[in-house]
Design a protein around this ligand. Structure first.
Ligand code: NI
Length: 269
């Protein structure tokens, strides 16, 4: 599958499920900006049937290559990032996985049960990356149990395979050329920033600054009824050149650690 087709489909699913992310995109477009993506991100469990290696396959086929990996000790996550070999404007792909064996037997059992439910044809399909929840209508009780141990585990149980976030490349914006200007425009338009660890994660000295809005609260149908929980979010990134004048292209684990919290459960006021 060509990368353009993959990204279009991911974008369509992402904006259909999370209307606020389309509003963010429209905000920049209405200001005459061209919106390019710095990266998009996926979440998964480290079960070998759906691990990072499995989700990376369609991207490797579409011309991507492995570029780096990251450990998140506190959140018990591992991630890899991939870049396109020849197209410098293609978004980076960041795929993380939950280290399931480091959690309780209850969580491990629930994860195994949902992965067991995925049809073999879906597991082997290139379309797995946008298949969403492939284990059926979630249980709110299970969601809450997973969330008590890991917000990430609970989120993934509900949404499955989709772009967890797209990330606007601030380097490609004209008017909004600093992360401060981007954040101010978002706040002026009523978006809630993820301020865990400060609104801006990273510094120019670290060569990467990132911010994100909190996930929109959306209505999800569970086995027990409809409940409102956080969906996907939008992220913003500005990269700086290193000593050789080359734009830094990696990720900073301590910044990404806080960005993960953009999907943490919160009550809508
Ligand atoms: Ni990100």
């Amino acid at each position: 599958m060509q990368k353009e087709i993959i990204f279009d489909k991911l974008w369509n699913n992402y904006t259909a499920q999370n209307p606020s992310v389309k509003k963010v995109y429209d905000l920049f477009k209405s200001e005459g900006e061209e919106v390019l993506n710095d990266h998009i991100a996926f979440r998964t469990y480290n079960d070998p049937r759906i691990s990072v290696d499995v989700l990376a396959r369609p991207f490797l086929k579409a011309g991507y290559e492995y570029k780096g990996d990251y450990q998140f000790e506190a959140k018990k996550l591992y991630a890899m990032h991939f870049e396109h070999k020849t197209d410098p404007l293609a978004p980076r792909v960041f795929i993380s996985q939950l280290k399931v064996e480091e959690f309780s037997p209850v969580l491990q059992r629930h994860v195994k049960a949902v992965v067991d439910k995925i049809p073999v044809g879906t597991l082997e399909s290139e379309g797995l990356i946008f298949a969403g929840n492939v284990w059926g209508t979630p249980s709110y009780e299970v969601y809450k149990k997973l969330r008590d141990e890991s917000e990430y585990a609970g989120w993934l149980y509900v949404y499955g395979f989709c772009a967890n976030h797209f990330t606007v490349s601030i380097n490609h914006l004209k008017k909004f050329d600093t992360i401060q200007k981007v954040n101010q425009a978002l706040k002026d338009n009523g978006f809630l920033m993820n301020d865990s660890g400060g609104e801006i994660k990273g510094t120019p000295e670290e060569l990467l600054e990132q911010s994100s809005i909190k996930s929109e609260i959306i209505s999800i149908r569970f086995q027990e009824g409809t409940f409102e929980i956080p969906g996907c979010y939008y992220e913003f990134a500005k990269r700086y050149p290193d000593a050789d004048g080359k734009l830094y292209s990696g990720f900073i684990a301590k910044s990404a650690d806080k960005i993960f919290e953009s999907t943490d459960f919160y009550k809508k006021d």
